[in-house]
Ligand binder design. Structure first.
Ligand SMILES: Nc1ncnc2c1ncn2[C@@H]1O[C@H](COP(=O)(O)OP(=O)(O)OP(=O)(O)O)[C@@H](O)[C@H]1O
Ligand SMILES: [Mg+2]
Length: 343
């Protein structure tokens, strides 16, 4: 039986509907449409004029290689898998709306850790989805069924890493547009005192026009860090003190290098990252190596995308206290004149 998971965006529905846990319980949607749909589902079948969509839809058969349908939606295709879970495109019964569903794909031994991660993601997305931002994936609701919790969110395009893996090369103007969207999303998170902590090409969706940040599994309130971070996208202060209040801008600089130069600013090999996700390099050696990489990348960025691009990159890779903020970056010459969407 589906179980409604409560979180902040459920406020759109009246209490008596929110608390009604019937087999027709409907996952949470926002606004008037949500209310209409919830009422439709609650009273479906009581009126002969209401089409019994779900009775028919329950017969939907699983598509090859995908899980069987839930009571609310059918799986259409796998969009991606990560350490935590699997994300599929889904079709919502009754409306045919396409959404993305994220759910834990790991074995039972890791379920507890995964549950904590999904709860964290749910809390963060609940905060960020209240008013929403065009460059963040928005939480649309949740569904718990047969001990699996599905996080339902808007469907984005393929990840930037899959664009890069397919050999896509971005022009400096396209990179500027992507960076503008990314930094605008980061600025919005910051205005809610949230940092993402995992900005990298895998976690950025791009449909050829709009960039959306996804995967809030490691996001936290500013200054706090979860232990599992991807070290070669982390600024020096995280590598030495495990704390930062401006690390998303550093990770964005790492992404800028990948998009413009087609390689990583700092590799795991250069950091000697071991199986325990530690880097054994001394702080001095590490900082020296990082400074060298930054100088080399800045030169190459200037050669291929101009002085303004290099200036922004340098601002994003400064020590934490003087690192450029999203607001300042959006005013920088490389970004200020760019359209917010693709060129
Ligand atoms: N809303 C979405 N729309 C389309 N594709 C998505 C969406 N959210 C995630 N994806 C795809 O699914 C992949 C895995 O999702 P996500 O990064 O959230 O999982 P994860 O297990 O938390 O990842 P990680 O390994 O970083 O911990 C992403 O890299 C992306 O390709
Ligand atoms: Mg991810």
């Amino acid at each position: 039986m589906p179980r409604i998971v409560k979180h902040r965006i459920t406020n759109a529905l009246p209490e008596h509907i929110k608390n009604r846990k019937t087999k027709h319980s409907f996952f949470r949607l926002r606004g008037l449409t949500a209310l209409k749909r919830a009422l439709h589902h609650l009273f479906r079948g009581k009126s002969s004029q209401t089409p019994s969509v779900r009775t028919h839809e329950r017969k939907a058969t699983p598509l090859p290689g995908l899980p069987p349908p839930t009571s609310q939606f059918q799986f259409i295709k796998t969009m991606g898998t990560g350490n935590f879970g699997k994300v599929c495109e889904i079709r919502e019964f009754g409306t045919d709306r396409r959404l993305a569903a994220k759910f834990a794909s790991a074995d039972a031994s890791r379920q507890a850790a995964l549950h904590a991660e999904i709860q964290n993601e749910l809390d963060i997305m609940g905060i960020l989805s209240k008013s929403g931002h065009p460059n963040l994936t928005t939480l649309q609701g949740t569904l718990s069924e047969n001990n699996v919790t599905y996080l339902l969110m808007d469907l984005g395009g393929p990840s930037l890493s899959s664009h890069l893996a397919a050999g896509k090369q971005f022009t400096p103007a396209q990179v500027a547009s992507l960076m503008k969207q990314l930094i605008s999303g980061i600025g919005y998170m910051r205005s809610h005192s949230i940092q993402h902590n995992d900005i990298r090409a895998d976690n950025l969706l791009y449909d050829g026009n709009v960039l959306k940040i996804c995967d809030f599994g490691r996001a936290t309130k500013m200054g706090i860090l979860l232990p599992t971070v991807v070290l070669n996208y982390m600024p020096p202060e995280v590598l030495s003190e495990c704390r930062s209040n401006n690390l998303d801008m550093w990770s964005s600089a790492c992404l800028m290098v990948e998009l413009l130069l087609g390689e990583q600013l700092i590799t795991r090999q250069q950091l000697n990252v071991n199986d325990n996700n530690h880097t054994p390099l001394s702080r001095g050696d590490r900082n020296q190596m990082i400074r060298r990489q930054i100088a080399k990348a800045a030169q190459r960025i200037e050669a291929c995308a101009g002085k303004d691009a290099a200036l922004l990159f340098r601002g994003m890779t400064k020590p934490m206290k003087s690192r450029i903020t999203p607001e300042e970056a959006l005013k920088s010459p490389f970004l200020a004149q760019r359209p917010a969407t693709a060129v």
